[in-house]
Design a protein around this ligand. Structure first.
Ligand code: ATP
Length: 447
């Protein structure tokens, strides 16, 4: 009898702007592998990679599964067929990649590649040379090779800090039609399951965040920190169309996994996701379009930081920063453009570490009648307009301006979050705790 092995399979780049979704194709593979009797060892992994990669379709997500089976070639052939079918249905407008390997193939170099993919821009060449060094990794690309980067990165991300997402899929006959999901029931579910689910809707704008808007097969995705709570939340949502199936993923969404890497300003590169500490060098200004900009400096260089209009009330905090404040910021780096000739760091969070005192110097108050005096000119002293007394030696008075802001972490509202953004309520929470894999709940077929 062939020996049973722990296998890992990963996929990326099945989305096109008009059809498909990498998680959906994986769900079809899971269905097929279920039917041949593989034993899944964990929830499928949905790994969000550097969100600032310019060639991503949507949220730069790649997926993988880990399971036990004895026939690697059979699994590869099943997955290959499913990926090829999806690729054809997407009119070959994506460049998918599929990888299958044994657990032993997950070595240091692949782990490092996975970590780098969270915040750097990686090359196909590096992915291919790693794969080549492991002669037992099976892989296939379709229409191009760029998908290999995401697929290799998803294969080995340990998801040390993680959350979960229950993704519910539509029947193919409904793809492209308006989603029939009751908004009120989503808000109610959100309130009842808080803080175990997150970013279901944005209370500030009233916008529902669990339903996408494109032609993709996803009806909705509920994010949270407990798979069982997600199933409970799922049952609270009223849906007025037939559902195909759902799959629960373990994911690095909501963990800031892309912002764990510290940079000096002179090391910051375009399209990277970075974390930088520095001093505010210019007071923030707001432009006509509602975007807020300021300069940040450290001992190596300076960079322009931006909080764009969609970050809404987050901008009000940023506007309160003053020259000399010591802060840490995290976000994506936009390359120089014709309009903004330097790199711009788009803020995804702001951690105020210390605030400078803000003050002004004013003319002294008349010691006799308590009215503010008038200056008689530089170094000539002051005069009280009421009692006409002159005070040649009185100094100016320092007035402290209240800052109305405190040290701490600030983030944009949910509608401006990226998939990886850590919600405020999860700062300080241990997101490393694993929910034991429950094979009875992770996949459910309805129609
Ligand atoms: P979805 O989130 O809906 O799955 P997507 O945004 O993931 O869509 P893709 O079609 O997967 O879009 O495109 C992202 C592409 O970028 C993939 O081909 C992937 O291999 C590549 N990629 C991912 N991370 C990096 C990285 N750090 N450096 C270079 N390329 C990357």
């Amino acid at each position: 009898m062939p020996e049973k092995k722990i296998l890992r399979l990963s996929l990326d780049d099945l989305d096109t702007p008009h059809y498909g979704c990498t998680t959906y194709t994986l769900s079809e593979i899971v269905k097929e592998l279920n039917s041949i009797g593989v034993s899944f060892m964990d929830y499928p992994h949905l790994v969000r990679l550097n969100p600032n990669i310019p060639w991503k379709t949507r949220g730069n997500g790649a997926v993988s599964i880990i399971f036990i089976y004895d026939d690697k070639e059979k699994v590869f052939s099943i997955a290959d067929q499913i990926v090829y079918e999806s690729y054809k249905k997407g009119e070959k407008k994506s460049t998918p990649a599929l990888i299958l390997c044994e657990e032993e193939s997950i070595t240091e170099d692949i782990m490092r590649f996975s970590e780098d993919a969270l915040y750097k821009v990686l090359s196909i060449k590096r992915a291919k040379s790693i794969i080549k060094e492991h002669n037992n990794i099976l892989f296939k690309t379709y229409g191009g090779e760029i998908g290999l980067i995401g697929a290799l990165a998803a294969l080995a991300n340990p998801l040390t800090e993680h959350t979960y997402e229950l993704i519910c899929y539509r029947l193919p006959k409904n793809f492209g039609l308006p989603r029939k999901v009751d908004k009120e029931s989503i808000i109610e579910m959100s309130e009842k399951t808080f803080p175990y689910t997150f970013n279901n809707y944005d209370p500030l704008t009233g916008r529902i965040l669990i339903t996408p808007h494109g032609n993709d097969p996803i009806l909705f995705g509920i994010r949270g920190i407990s798979p069982h709570k997600l199933v409970e939340a799922f049952s609270m949502i009223k849906v007025y169309e037939e559902i195909s199936h759902f799959l629960i993923f373990k994911t690095n969404q909501g963990t800031n996994a892309h912002l764990n890497f510290s940079f000096k300003i002179n090391e910051v590169k375009s399209y990277y996701s970075v974390k930088v500490k520095g001093y505010v060098k210019t007071n923030p200004v707001i432009t006509k379009g509602g975007h807020v900009f300021f300069m940040l400096a450290d001992d190596t260089s300076e960079i322009c930081c931006a909080a764009y209009e969609p970050t809404k009330n987050f901008r009000n905090i940023v506007l309160k920063l003053r020259v000399g404040d010591y802060i840490e910021v995290g976000g994506g780096v936009r390359p120089p453009t014709r309009r903004y000739r330097s790199k711009v760091l788009n803020l995804e969070y702001l951690n105020i570490l210390s605030l400078v005192e803000e003050h002004v110097y004013e003319n002294p108050v008349c010691p006799k009648c308590n009215r503010r005096t008038k200056s008689l000119g530089k170094n000539k002293g002051f005069k009280c307009e009421k009692c006409k007394s002159r005070f040649p030696f009185l100094p100016k008075e320092k007035r402290i301006i209240p800052r109305n802001i405190s040290p701490g972490i600030y983030i944009p509202p949910p509608s401006a979050h990226r998939h990886l953004t850590k919600p405020l309520q999860y700062y300080g929470l241990n997101l490393k705790i694993d929910a034991p894999f429950d094979a009875s709940i992770f996949y459910r077929q309805f129609n």
